[in-house]
Design a protein around this ligand. Structure first.
Ligand SMILES: *[C@@H]1O[C@H](CO)[C@@H](O)[C@H](O)[C@H]1NC(C)=O
Ligand SMILES: *[C@@H]1O[C@H](CO)[C@@H](O)[C@H](O)[C@H]1NC(C)=O
Ligand SMILES: *[C@@H]1O[C@H](CO)[C@@H](O)[C@H](O)[C@H]1NC(C)=O
Length: 882
């Protein structure tokens, strides 16, 4: 039962109220039916004891406890309030429609007719109906999946804009711990470039203020609001209107503690103090209204209210969806207690890394259990998230709690919110709930499920046409409609295999789920050593190997038979074929059924601090940053020293062990730096117990790393000049630093530069030529990050420069603005563009190639490695220097 539904106020009963005068009777009826009419009639009926605004007060009092929601006649609307004049009706023909109905289990094969910003018909639309619509635009979906617009319930889009510029930061106010009077909407940037990115991923709406992401005819922030909350027009609210839901954000744990140099105790006291203030106002209002509604006007005075606290009073009146950023059990517990102390409910706990451990605690929250809005795997970046489990979505769902996947954009790129649902599904969240977690569930949790989140006749026409099943890895929209308006002018689509038209089959993770709960998020991850040294893989679908000539990984074998076996001995394939061809297979006891999965070399990680930190947000768990030689005063004892990552390696971190479990057997890690010179990277095994273990360090020094950026405090021209000085130095160069750069100039060691701007890349290519001409050498250079590299694909190819690029790029910085987003926004991606210019004459030697690495290619797939996972993983095309 929902205690906070309904008015909560008894309708004044006329029979029992002796003191009600006839005049008041009129007033009450009028207050219900027409607020303005009451005003007109009032003067003639006025008496001494009644204040002039009595009607307004009564209306206000009655309105206080109205349940928010759509107006009563909402579902008979024939045109959306958000309809944009001139938008033509659209018919999406022959679609596979996930409607969101029947708990997310309903799929309809048919058409969707859209007009006036609304979904007019779902199912089969016949010609007679169509004839009544002029100018219908027809989109033949040819069986494609169609879902409701994706709803991102936790996003800072518009208030933490891309690219990040100081002048457009409107995310957090640091002027107090409890500030319920602030409105994120007042900072909503209409020019955030991320809107377009997010739309291209199918996202149509976001939170705190619920907005739609499309550009509007009015070009204002206000026009972006899904439903302007009743409070937006300031202090003067029409009490006769049923209010729409408001949304409010709370936060506990490390964020407020850090921002206000306080503790959890301070934050919780601030909450109690704030709610106590609101409660006192509410109690005064209730007492006041009890009298007003009973006609006791004598000395009643003004309606007690305070603009600063009205939003929190509204929370206590159950008119606000409260969204609570809270990670740990300790914080969830404090908030649950707070809801029961002050009697308000929470719509959702966000982040809530430990919610899966305490489902019964969540259920103790006032009135109803909050939904839980989480990331799929983004974890351990701070202490509060150290015990997160990738199985949390499933565990929460198993406990009957609502699961929402969220981006916290730009923490994760809102464009890939569907990827969060895909991962949640992979780790056990059923298909219906995984799709609901980014559509119908967040819409319901925000009180907007009367118009968004499902495909129902009369709902807002927010729909996404996908190029595959939305839960298949890499799913991308072919078209996105918001309010019936097609958002992609010229969408580029890629053809997906038939297998991608079904939700992926996922592994049975029952044991992992039980372990996650038993070990409170920290199940043992250490790999097993395989004994005996021979292992037989059965039912092998494909084999990928590194070609020794080109040093590229390629598919060398595709099985035609279900009974293909591969026998691996001491990390090497000794036989592959049918059981008969490999008799050794029969005598072995250690068998692994790959169920048609594949065998490949271990994956290599680059670009993360893997192996240098347990929890990036905790100084004492990390190797830490190096001194920046051109930004900081370097202590004399290490001035001129080049730092080596191998000296700071930390083994057995949970991230390394999880990476290993998921096929990443080695990692290239450079010293941590956001400055000019990082130092020497190393290659290590993600599974080794310690540095001295056999094969732990695969290659002590792999490359020299630096970063050139517009966001440095030092000018780009100074950074280039410093690099030129180092590379052109005569003889052996000064000290260790000089010697290392002499090696770089001579092509003896690879130089990796973190760089995004095409302009800086151009300067680097020119500098490379200059040094090579002066020294008669070939410099081995790799660009990492390289968001804008595609603009110079030809020049980079001709210069023989390698590129390490992100698979899912996003431009937080200005110097990344011109990146190539890929389908559906552009036909090519940076990767396809660069690969097409990677000419054969480039003679740049390879990144990592050691005996140790080759030896471990296969042995690591045994033990704890999950074969099914490999089956559903895509191989990220990494563009390595040859
Ligand atoms: C719908 O699309 C599928 C897949 O392209 C196709 O096989 C089928 O014939 C189409 N049906 C209609 C009615 O066009
Ligand atoms: C706010 O006021 C404007 C102008 O009076 C009106 O058009 C609009 O509908 C109002 N909005 C709400 C949410 O009441
Ligand atoms: C598989 O077996 C065939 C035939 O013996 C052999 O030529 C091939 O090299 C083997 N492939 C691998 C990956 O070992």
């Amino acid at each position: 039962m929902e205690k906070d539904k309904g008015s909560g106020y008894p309708a004044p009963s006329l029979k029992g109220r002796k003191r009600v005068k006839p005049i008041q009777f009129t007033l009450l009826l009028l207050a219900v039916f027409s607020y303005s009419l009451t005003y007109l009639l009032w003067p003639s009926a006025r008496t001494e004891t009644l204040p002039i605004n009595a009607a307004a007060i009564v209306a206000q009092c009655r309105a206080l406890h109205l349940t928010p929601g759509p107006p009563d006649n909402f579902h008979s609307r024939t045109e959306s309030d958000r309809f944009q004049e001139g938008t033509k009706p659209t018919l999406i023909r022959n679609a596979t429609i996930w409607t969101g109905l029947d708990n997310g289990n309903e799929v309809i094969r048919g058409d969707i007719l859209i007009d006036k910003g609304l979904i007019k018909k779902v199912g089969s639309v016949d010609e007679s109906v169509l004839r009544s619509y002029a100018d219908v635009v027809v989109l033949d979906a040819a069986g494609s999946w169609v879902s409701p617009g994706v709803v991102d319930m936790h996003s800072h889009i518009g208030v933490m804009s891309a690219p990040y510029l100081q002048g457009a930061y409107d995310t957090n106010s640091y002027k107090g711990l409890v500030q319920p009077w602030l409105r994120s909407f007042d900072g909503l940037n209409t020019h955030d470039e991320a809107y377009q990115w997010a739309i291209s991923g199918g996202v149509t709406s976001g939170q705190a203020f619920v907005i739609k992401l499309r550009p509007t005819a009015e070009r204002s922030s206000s026009a972006m609001l899904l439903e302007p909350p009743f409070s937006l027009n300031g202090t003067y609210i029409d009490p006769a209107q049923r209010p729409g839901w408001r949304q409010m954000k709370h936060a506990c744990g490390e964020n407020p503690s850090r921002a206000y140099s306080g503790t959890r105790m301070d934050t919780q006291w601030a909450f109690r103090q704030g709610y106590n203030t609101a409660r006192k106002i509410k109690e005064k209002q209730d007492a006041y209204c009890a009298k007003a509604l009973a006609g006791e006007w004598k000395d009643l005075g003004d309606f007690p209210e305070d603009l600063q606290w009205e939003a929190l009073v509204d929370v206590l009146c159950s008119r606000v969806k409260v969204h609570n950023h809270c990670h740990e059990a300790v914080d969830l517990d404090a908030m649950v207690r707070l809801t029961n102390e002050f009697k308000f409910s929470i719509a959702a706990f966000h982040h809530a890394d430990e919610a899966y451990m305490v489902p019964n605690l969540i259920k103790k929250a006032y009135v109803h259990p909050p939904a839980v809005a989480i990331f799929a795997t983004s974890a351990r970046y701070r202490r509060e998230g150290y015990r997160t489990s990738e199985f949390a979505p499933r565990i929460l769902a198993d406990n009957g709690l609502d699961v929402v996947m969220k981006s916290d954009h730009p923490v994760l790129n809102s464009r890939y919110l569907i990827y969060e649902a895909q991962q949640a599904h992979y780790f056990g969240l059923p298909v219906n709930l995984a799709l609901a977690s980014v559509t119908s569930t967040p819409a319901r949790v925000m009180g907007q499920d009367h118009r968004i989140g499902r495909i129902i006749e009369g709902f807002d026409a927010d729909v996404v046409v996908w190029d595959s099943h939305p839960l298949a890895l890499g799913a991308a929209p072919k078209q996105v409609f918001i309010d019936g308006i097609a958002q992609l002018e010229k969408p580029y689509t890629s053809v997906k295999p038939i297998s991608a038209q079904h939700a992926p089959v996922t592994p049975n993770f029952d044991k992992e789920v039980a372990d996650a709960i038993e070990y409170e998020g920290l199940p043992p991850l250490e790999p097993e050593t395989v004994k005996p040294a021979v292992i037989v893989f059965r039912n092998v679908g494909r084999i990928f190997l590194k070609d020794p000539a080109t040093r590229r990984v390629r598919e060398v074998f595709t099985s035609a038979s279900a009974e293909w076996v591969v026998v691996v001995e001491n990390g090497r394939i000794v036989c592959n074929g049918t059981q008969i061809a490999c008799p050794a297979a029969l005598s072995q006891t250690r068998h692994l059924d790959l169920q048609g999965g594949s065998i490949s070399p271990g994956l290599v990680s680059y670009g993360s601090p893997l192996g240098l930190t347990h929890i990036p947000g905790e100084v004492s768990t990390s190797d830490g940053p190096v001194f920046d030689p051109i930004g900081l005063q370097v202590p004399s004892i290490i001035d001129g020293t080049v730092i080596s990552a191998v000296d700071g390696l930390l083994f057995g971190t949970r991230d390394a062990l999880l990476a290993y479990r998921n096929g990443v057997t080695s990692a290239v890690t450079a010293p941590t730096s956001s400055g000019f010179l990082a130092g020497l990277s190393t290659v290590f095994s993600t599974s080794a117990a310690h540095k001295l273990a056999d094969g732990a360090v695969i290659q002590e020094v792999s490359a020299l790393h630096m970063r050139l950026s517009l966001s440095s405090a030092i000018s780009v021209s100074t950074q280039i000049a410093a690099l030129r000085e180092l590379l052109l130095a005569e003889g052996e160069g000064q000290g260790q630093l000089g010697r290392r750069f002499t090696e770089v100039a001579a092509g003896k060691i690879l130089l990796v530069i973190d760089v995004d701007s095409a302009d800086i890349i151009a300067s680097l290519i020119a500098l490379k030529k200059q040094v090579e001409a002066a020294k008669g050498t070939i410099i081995r250079l790799t660009l990492a990050g390289a968001a804008e590299a595609h603009l110079l694909a030809k020049e980079i190819g001709n210069a023989g420069v390698g590129v390490l690029i992100e698979q899912r790029p996003y431009p937080p910085r200005w110097e990344q603005k011109r990146l190539l987003p890929g389908p559906p926004l552009t036909q090519s991606t940076a990767i396809t563009t660069l690969v097409s210019h990677h000419t054969a004459q480039n003679k740049v030697s390879t990144w990592v190639e050691t005996e140790a690495e080759r030896a471990r290619d296969f042995c690591h797939w045994s033990g704890k490695c999950r074969d099914q996972w490999q089956k559903s993983r895509v191989f990220l095309p990494v563009f390595l220097p040859k």
